[in-house]
Design a protein around this ligand. Structure first.
Ligand SMILES: [Fe+2]
Length: 366
């Protein structure tokens, strides 16, 4: 038989709950009236022990509390392009654009400006040939070939291929190629084969991440730098090591161990971002860039551990589900990314081209 009424015990509890709710609401209304007209700061609105929401709110405020500037919105409308924003401070799909028109300077400038404001941008149904993708990338600057992975027909294309027996390995928060002295400005990846489910890439806003750090930690890391290298690419996952002569030759020709600051000033927007790659950074290598003083190894590791958690907070992220022919263009100076490895044994193939960047530096914001 279906029960139609609460038990007496439940009734008693609910009476107390309703009475409590009314009393609390009355007390809160009195407080609100007392404080009416007193504007609370962003810092006061978010609890000090949980600053993720604050980081996003501060970054959004700096963007004028709108996802793109009015000027950019007007230009999009003029060209007949449409924005689909994925997060409030990060990630926008641009609809109605054909990337084969890489020779139209106005379109290239528009894409560049959206990238600067939105940090990572996406395009659907482009299906570019390798050379077309390289051409598109080239309209944003010089290109970096990738020495540690298989190229496509075109040497500037890196093929990221996973399937049965080769699960995705890009599932750690990172920004690309920090083992380079001048890491790539941006990466442009196109999806060639998509798994039936999963395989999304997540992006995290390094500027909001920085703004959301606890104040003491911000201060603690302000002038710290660390050493990055490509040791991961020299380690074989199989039973046999790479030949010593080959490893020696690579280390001789490509600098092994370069220094980068933990906080990076974006060279175009001037914003400070948290800049770190957990796989390439030597976790015990932090030092004060002003004095060259090395941190105690355990302190260094503890700071890296704490910083590495920051980008993973969902508040800072947006998530892009791939489809064949989709393209993502991310600014390595403004975001980190993470490719979810949740599709094995299915196949997932991306083709990536990288645009050259400059040497990371830190200059305090005014
Ligand atoms: Fe990557």
């Amino acid at each position: 038989m279906t029960q139609v009424e609460n038990t007496p015990e439940k009734e008693q509890y609910n009476e107390v709950a309703v009475r409590t709710s009314e009393a609390l609401e009355q007390a809160r209304r009195a407080i609100r009236n007392e404080l009416a007209g007193v504007e609370r700061t962003r810092e006061q609105l978010f609890p000090p022990f949980n600053r993720a929401g604050l980081g996003v709110a501060l970054e959004y405020e700096r963007m004028g509390n709108r996802p793109v500037s009015a000027g950019l919105q007007a230009r999009a409308e003029e060209h007949g392009f449409e924005f689909e924003h994925l997060g409030i401070t990060i990630g926008t799909v641009i609809h109605g654009i054909d990337l084969r028109r890489a020779d139209v300077p106005e379109q290239t400038q528009f894409i560049r400006d959206v990238l600067l404001e939105r940090k990572v941008i996406f395009f659907r149904e482009q299906n570019l040939e390798e050379d077309e993708q390289v051409n598109f990338a080239r309209s944003f600057g010089d290109l970096d070939a990738f020495p540690f992975g298989p190229t496509g027909e075109n040497p500037y294309v890196l093929e990221i291929r996973h399937g049965r027996g080769y699960p995705g390995m890009e599932n750690g928060w990172h920004t690309d190629v920090t083992w380079m002295e001048t890491p790539s400005l941006g990466s442009i990846a196109q999806c060639i084969a998509v798994p039936p489910m999963g395989g999304d890439t997540l992006f995290s806003d390094s500027h909001a991440c920085y703004l959301g750090l606890p104040s003491e930690l911000k201060k603690r890391v302000e002038h710290l730098s660390g050493i990055n290298d490509y040791r991961n690419f020299l380690m074989q996952r199989g039973p046999k090591d790479l030949p010593d002569e080959l490893v020696d030759q690579i280390k001789e020709e490509i600098p092994f161990g370069v220094s980068h600051p933990l906080l990076r000033t974006h060279p175009e927007t001037g914003k400070t971002g948290l800049y770190i790659h957990g796989g390439f950074l030597r976790h015990d290598s932090l030092y004060d860039a002003r004095t060259d003083e090395q941190l105690d190894a355990e302190d260094s590791r503890a700071i890296v551990r704490e910083l590495l958690q920051q980008h993973a907070r969902p508040e800072y992220t947006c998530r892009f589900p791939w489809a064949q022919g989709s393209i993502a263009f991310w600014d390595n100076r403004a975001v980190q990314h993470y490719a979810a490895s949740d599709y094995h044994p299915h196949k997932r193939v991306l083709r990536r081209v990288t645009v050259s960047g400059d040497k990371p530096f830190y200059a305090p914001e005014q």
